[in-house]
Design a protein around this ligand. Structure first.
Ligand code: IVH
Length: 799
């Protein structure tokens, strides 16, 4: 491999790992929680990039790649249930040209130009599989990872629209009916409105010093609300939400009398009493498909549920069978996705944000706009080049879009709406948080970074909030706001002082009210000084980096105060502890405060308990929590399982790290660089002293990593092993167990009935061992091959 090829390979590997991480995180969010972080459009884009990358680099595809599974893995809370037949997904297309290409393939397969297809709306909800046995609903399961889902029968049973028993006489022995669960848009809006009202009432109660109930969740869109409603532990809660269903297909069917067409099946399902879509149509040409897409696109606002596209399916079941499916999707169906919803709003300002690894990114601050289900006022602009590329100016009217979910995007300016007052954004050359000079880390980087990683307050806050996040230590009480309270309690002080100058009041925690009087005649700068002097002395942060986070005591957090903006004034709030009791007038006078001593409330107690629990998290989560650049959860898992302990990782060389499957040179170098900073090592030490686990428990019993960096294909029978246990034996020794032979294969072990794999290996010049050698291979790995003369003795980096 030439130097250039190697570099290209490594950057492809790196990109593959990054895309995989992002997609996995998004999938986890999508399937297991109610608030996705990535928008659908961005997700689709990531997925498309990964697919393209794998087309160019087939060697990067492995069984764990997101392209090889439907997505999501079932959560432990509900009982897992294996679908009788795998639940497939659909390949999305975004242009009419792609629909046309698909239809051409169908025409070719059918051998005729007129292929009947059903056109259906793509319901924006959650997939469900209903198992009916002899007509009785016996099981309802979510999709999960496509193979195993979660048993939500009790919750589904609360949906009146779904019959417990199929109507009619001649019924299948077993049938899996698939469809989509959704919340009608009106019901969703009502539900959120009610929750907002309830929350407001509770806030008022709280403000009045009365007992308030916990706030209710506001959902970002109808699909998340449906997911949240279905995945309730208590079916009574599900029953209170007006969930609906539309059926759109079948899984396993044990019935000789089934219809021969897709639309025939819809009639059958309807007869049985199941809900089918009113919008479905059977058509016979590409033009008719286009017309349907056009018509539904226009009708979209009148449809009672969310739709994100149109699904087209071959009508003849026999032709569906002939066309078959890939591992993820049927070839006989395609999903055309509507372009994202766009609105216009004003770009008020472009500001910059400093991320946890120092990346300084511009973002747009906009006049709040309602787009696709929620209010948006910020959107990232990624980097200065992107601002130029988009051609947006501060003050512009801009096109803003969101594809059904939370991450909004500024598409570009509405040039015709300019009046000359707009101005260009200038990327600052210093960090807005610490003032350090910002620069690209190396030539050619588009991103600018603040180099002051040790002391930049913004970076510290971001790192602390990151280590609390779900992908790292998973500490519920440690998010953006609490990280800010711990590291920059005075973050809003300037705004508070400015509000005093504007004549507003400031409410202090002890009950005192501040107001600036008789200062109007002074120059502004002096007024600000006066306001500053009126405020209590600025508080020092509790944390000046993440090292002491796991040694914090509740007592340390007692007096942490932050500034919070209320409707017409700023209020000082005790962040972690609760306010003391209101005192009688006499007691108040004596204490010099309206309130008694603060109380150690639930907030701080649960944060302490969570911090304690987090110390036992597995090593990969500790690694993610360190905010090492480029190191996401996938690579962290790989490193943790390879090295087993922080010490082993720390003392490994760049080459050793880079050898780990799924970890390229970029990550390896970044990890090594990270450990070479003394203050980083101090963080690890402080965490370790506080009791954070620095080695995975299995380490003691972990076999030697004899197969590190090797790809082993086992074919045929291995005496003493099942397929699974052979795979596990390989993986536990650091090897990769692959199912098919390729140039990347290091060795093939052929047992009885091995067949073509051994032949293929031989033709590629790959060593082949017999089943009797399997144990020796596990024991000595590469050495065995060298001793047999099957491999040259090059000790490092042969892969
Ligand atoms: S057919 C074997 N039809 O969209 C084909 N799916 O993005 C499987 N969906 O997994 C699905 N409306 O959960 C089909 N009319 C429709 C649909 C539909 C919504 C969902 C379904 C699927 C996902 C794929």
């Amino acid at each position: 491999m030439s130097e250039h090829e190697r570099e290209e390979q490594e950057s492809a590997q790196q990109l593959h790992a990054e895309l995989t991480d992002q997609i996995e995180a998004a999938r986890y969010q999508y399937y297991n929680q109610e608030a996705p972080e990535l928008s659908d459009a961005r997700y689709d884009e990531l997925f498309a990039r990964l697919t393209r990358l794998e087309e160019q680099h087939p060697e990067l595809v492995d069984a764990n790649s997101p392209t090889q599974s439907v997505g999501g893995s079932p959560e432990a809370a509900f009982t897992p249930f294996t679908h009788l037949e795998r639940m497939l997904s659909l390949d999305d297309v975004f242009s009419l040209d792609e629909v046309s290409l698909w239809y051409q393939r169908m025409q070719k397969a059918a051998g005729t130009s007129e292929v009947p297809v059903t056109c259906e709306v793509k319901v924006d909800g959650l997939a469900i599989s209903l198992l009916y046995e002899d007509g009785e609903l016996t099981r309802a399961t979510t999709r999960g990872d496509g193979t195993v889902g979660e048993d939500v029968t009790a919750n589904i049973a609360t949906i009146k629209q779904i019959p417990k028993r199929l109507h009619g006489e001649d019924l299948p022995r077993q049938i899996e009916i698939r469809g989509e669960i959704f919340l009608p848009l009106k019901a969703f809006a009502d539900m959120n409105q009610k929750a907002a009202l309830f929350n407001k009432e509770q806030e008022d109660l709280k403000a009045a010093g009365k007992k308030a109930r916990p706030k209710q969740k506001i959902f970002v869109n109808a699909r998340n609300a449906a997911a949240g409603s279905l995945r309730q532990k208590d079916p009574k809660v599900t029953a209170s939400r007006p969930l609906r269903m539309i059926t759109h297909g079948l899984g396993f069917v044990d019935w000789a009398n089934g219809p021969q067409t897709q639309h025939g099946w819809y009639s059958q399902l309807k007869e049985w009493g199941l809900p089918v879509s009113e919008e479905t149509e059977r058509v016979y040409s590409l033009q008719q498909i286009y017309d349907y897409i056009d018509r539904i696109g226009k009708k979209r606002p009148q449809i009672s549920h969310g739709i994100d596209g149109v699904v087209v399916k071959v009508d003849q079941i026999s032709l569906q069978k002939q066309l078959g499916q890939t591992s993820r999707t049927p070839r006989w169906a395609t999903a055309y996705k509507f372009p994202p919803v766009e609105v216009h709003t004003r770009l008020l300002d472009i500001r910059v944000h400093v991320g946890r690894t120092g990346r300084v990114t511009p973002y747009g601050l906009m006049e709040e706009a309602f787009v696709d289900g929620s209010n948006v006022s910020r959107a990232t602009l990624h980097n200065a080049e992107e601002v130029v590329r988009k051609g947006v100016l501060i003050g512009d009217t801009v096109v803003l879009r969101k594809a059904g979910d939370v991450i909004p995007e500024i598409v570009g300016p509405v040039v015709a709406a300019r009046d000359g007052s707009e101005r260009e954004f200038v990327m600052p050359d210093t960090c807005p948080s610490c003032g350090a000079k910002i620069a690209a880390q190396k030539d050619g980087d588009v991103d600018l970074r603040c180099p002051n990683q040790a002391y930049c307050p913004a970076q510290i806050t971001e790192r602390i909030s990151h280590l609390g996040s779900r992908g790292a230590f998973d500490i519920e009480g440690l998010g953006d706001e609490s990280a800010l309270a711990l590291t920059q309690p005075e973050a809003n002080r300037d705004e508070v002082a400015a509000s005093l100058v504007q004549g507003q009041k400031v409410l202090l925690e002890d009950g005192n009210v501040l107001q600036l009087r008789e200062a109007e005649d002074l120059p502004h700068a002096e007024q600000i000084l006066k306001a500053e002097a009126l405020l209590p002395a600025p508080a020092a942060p509790i944390l000046s980096n993440e090292a002491p986070i796991f040694s914090l005591t509740s007592e340390d957090l007692r007096d942490v105060m932050t500034w919070r903006k209320k409707k017409d004034c700023w209020v000082q709030v005790r962040y972690f502890w609760s306010k003391g009791e209101k005192l009688s007038a006499a007691a108040a006078q004596q204490a010099g405060s309206v309130f008694g001593p603060p109380k150690e409330g639930k907030t701080v107690k649960s944060l302490m308990a969570e911090l304690e629990a987090a110390k036992a998290q597995p090593l990969w989560r500790v690694l993610v929590g360190l905010s090492i650049r480029h190191l996401g959860p996938t690579a962290s898992r790989a490193l943790a399982s390879h090295f087993g302990s922080m010490d082993a990782l720390r003392s490994a060389s760049v080459e050793e790290i880079a050898q780990v499957e799924g970890v390229g040179a970029v990550i390896a170098q970044s990890v090594k660089d990270w450990f070479s900073e003394p203050w980083h090592v101090e963080i690890v030490q402080a965490w370790e002293e506080a009791g954070v686990r620095m080695a995975d428990e299995v380490e003691a019993s972990r076999p030697q990593q004899t197969l590190a960096g090797m790809t082993v294909v086992v074919s045929g029978k291995m005496p003493g092993y099942t397929r699974e246990s052979a795979k596990e034996a390989i993986e536990s020794r650091g090897g990769k167990a692959a199912g098919s032979v390729s140039k990347k294969t290091s060795v093939v072990v052929a047992g009885d009935g091995a067949g073509s794999k051994a032949t293929k290996a031989e033709s590629l010049g790959i060593p082949v061992l017999s089943d009797e050698d399997f144990d020796s291979l596990l024991q000595s790995g590469r050495e065995l091959l060298v001793s047999r003369g099957l491999l040259e003795d090059v000790s490092e980096g042969t892969d």
